[in-house]
Design a protein around this ligand. Structure first.
Ligand code: VGL
Ligand code: ZN
Length: 218
């Protein structure tokens, strides 16, 4: 597969130290993707690259600490929707919230910071999760990509079962031909991977491997 350089974008989802082993919300083997992501970023295949960055205030509603009687990874109802309670993570300005220092971020033209509203979580790079009024406010990313002529997205990053999944599903819903580079993602809960795979396929997202792109490189 050879992505059209003028019509495709590489989308790097939440590649941050807090999602790596040893981080505050460690994703199993999250650091295994770094080498492959780096080689994709520097391959020349994607002139347009965008990134998302989970970016929470210390009092963020998704942090279990703010919900008495609940532990991290419990699920509560928030504005009528299920909300997983997470350990504190990606707190604005902390080292765990930085874009991972081993990657060449100078190649990325836009960084979408999400989850900054203390009342509202945001898994997808395109839209927040639900606001108190039931809406899912946009981040503007779809408009940016469309204005740049993008029709096709290639996603990698963390976590496969949370922010990559939500970003991919929203990308497909926004009308982009959306691919997840499966081997350049890792899950918070790998036992749910079959379900994630099925959900993505049902949403019209294509699952590929990094080698499918490499083979096409000049
Ligand atoms: C994420 C849980 C909470 C992610 C972000 O980037 O997948 N997961 N916040
Ligand atoms: Zn978060």
């Amino acid at each position: 597969m050879r992505p059209d350089p003028d019509r495709s974008a590489l989308v790097l989802v939440d590649i941050q130290p807090d999602f790596m082993p040893g981080g505050n919300l460690a994703v199993t083997d999250g650091d295994d993707i770094l080498e492959g992501v780096r080689s994709l970023m520097t391959s020349g295949a994607f002139p347009l690259q965008v990134a998302t960055q989970d970016w929470h205030p210390p009092d963020h509603v998704s942090f279990a600490r703010h919900h008495p009687d609940h532990e991290p990874l419990e699920v509560v109802k928030l504005f009528g929707h299920e909300q997983v309670l997470w350990p504190d993570h990606c707190v604005q300005g902390t080292p765990g919230a930085e874009l991972h220092p081993d990657l060449p971020w100078e190649r990325v033209s836009v960084i979408v910071r999400k989850g900054a509203d203390p009342e509202c979580d945001s898994y997808s790079g395109f839209r927040n999760n639900w606001s108190p009024d039931g809406s899912r406010p946009t981040t503007g990313l779809a408009g940016y990509l469309r204005e740049r002529g993008v029709e096709e997205l290639f996603l990698c990053g963390l976590a496969r079962d949370v922010c990559v999944k939500w970003t991919a599903e929203d990308g497909a819903r926004e009308g982009f031909r959306t691919h997840v580079i499966w081997d350049l993602t890792r899950s918070v809960d790998p036992s749910g991977d079959d379900q994630v795979r099925n959900g993505l396929e049902k949403a019209g997202v294509r699952l590929i491997e990094a080698k499918d792109l490499k083979r096409a490189s000049p």
